[in-house]
Design a binder for this molecule. Sequence first.
Ligand SMILES: NC(=O)C1=CN([C@@H]2O[C@H](COP(=O)(O)OP(=O)(O)OC[C@H]3O[C@@H](n4cnc5c(N)ncnc54)[C@H](O)[C@@H]3O)[C@@H](O)[C@H]2O)[C@H](O)CC1
Ligand SMILES: [K+]
Length: 516
Amino acid sequence: MNTITLADLHLLNIQTIRDLEANTINEIPHANLIKKAGKATANLAKQLIKKKALPALILAGPGNNGGDACATAAELAKDGYSVIVILCADPEKYSADGKKAFDKALSRKVIFKNSDALDDLLKLDFSIIIDGLFGIGLKRTISGSYEKVINGVNQLAHKKQIFILSIDVPSGLNADTGTLVTDDADKNVAVKADATITFIANKPGLHTADGKDYAGEVIVNDLGIQSPVTEESKLLLNHASRFNFQLPERKQNSHKGSYGEVIVIGGDKGMLGASVLAARTALYSGAGKVNVSLLHPAIDYDTLHPEIMYKDAQHLQMKEEIVVIGPGMGHSDIAKTILSKALSSEISLVIDADALNLIAANKELNDLLMGRTASSILTPHPLEAARLLHISAKEVQQDRCKAALLLADKFKCVVVLKGSGTIITDPEGRLRINTTGNPGLATGGSGDVLAGLCGALLAQGLNSFETAQLAVWLHGAAADTLVEAGVGPIGMIASELPEAIRHCLNAFVDNQRLAN
Ligand SMILES: NC(=O)C1=CN([C@@H]2O[C@H](COP(=O)(O)OP(=O)(O)OC[C@H]3O[C@@H](n4cnc5c(N)ncnc54)[C@H](O)[C@@H]3O)[C@@H](O)[C@H]2O)[C@H](O)CC1
Ligand SMILES: [K+]
């Protein structure tokens, strides 16, 4: 975990990459980035290829991504690999460097076919499939022969277990948003890569929304172009090895009051479990004291965790504790009254689930949240985020980074937009995309666990943005350790997370101590 550099975590959007590329070409007229990209891709492919006797299949599209593909073919051929390229382009229309790469590949006996040969090629076996159809220049829905080629190689790779390496971006994916470039919701045309070698810098769309499913493992090669990155850089991947904050030391001479107090408010009829899960997690993640206040007080004792105290929701002081509000809270008038009291208080809040829905539906609560001076962390899933922004969940998912930034700006809060590649933002526009987690977390209650974890970290003295970063990372890391142990992704349940979170949290603290 200590080998990750800040540069590895730096994310750039397409426009910034284009600007950097243009500056480089202006300053170094013969930079030949395509040649460099081809070399880097071929070097990686050589490490990935297990059966050198089989040919490599390379897809080359009409833009510079296709140029990179031809340069890769030329490099592999130089080292004795047999290479077949499906050329979906007129090479006469390539850029000068792209044409040079094509000519070089041709001179090195690379076999070029067009998409008419697809059906015959799909009967063969290959050492690797390298996707250079489209990169950051893809504009419209992929159709016609491009669509046939993509669907064909996806199926072939799946059937024959052939590794797919995408160049720069899996063809079909938007590198900014992680959505598929399509105007037809029923059409999912994109290369499903096992790995992506991406150039100049890492890109947000490879890590959120559909990005993780299509890009696979992401390898960054800067092609010698420096993109300055500092701790202040706004767009980064969220990784614990780069956190520059610490939990307070656990001194021998300390007591439960040293580690803060959390109250979880929620649990209307039929939904008590949500609050109990959040409270249990707060306990397992180090809060000194943990309370539950249920709106439907059907229980006042947790037989599994008798450490948890139960308090009457309607008579809470809300003076010093950290309040996690919303899990299973429902929409009753009492819920609104208690939420209004919490929003009017001077204490730090974690606002989740039904509390978010109530705020979205009620102007008074909305205004109270907007007017808060104490800190709040909002933890919406896409539908809750959509309600708060008064747009559709689809619009949120179309650009998750933008939606999270809008929310943080609107409410002047730290926002955790959950989902694949959870996004953490703050009102200053800092944005982190999380790197841990797996589909095992797509299960009821895992959001309650995250809310409870946030509460415990706030109680131990981290600020809201630090809390959100560490909580999201730990939550995903815990799920990853469970999957490694065979507990999921299928059938992983939220109740299994708190113990795994405790393990990951202690390991995180130990690693930080060793690193310092
Ligand atoms: N900028 C860099 O960091 C470097 C970029 N390299 C590689 O180049 C691509 C970007 O190249 P560009 O030519 O701008 O775009 P594409 O290759 O992605 O494709 C554009 C090409 O495709 C046509 N097109 C767009 N959409 C469609 C569609 N739906 N159907 C058919 N045709 C479409 C469009 O008109 C263009 O002709 C980048 O990703 C890198 O791989 C460098 O080589 C390294 C540095
Ligand atoms: K590509």
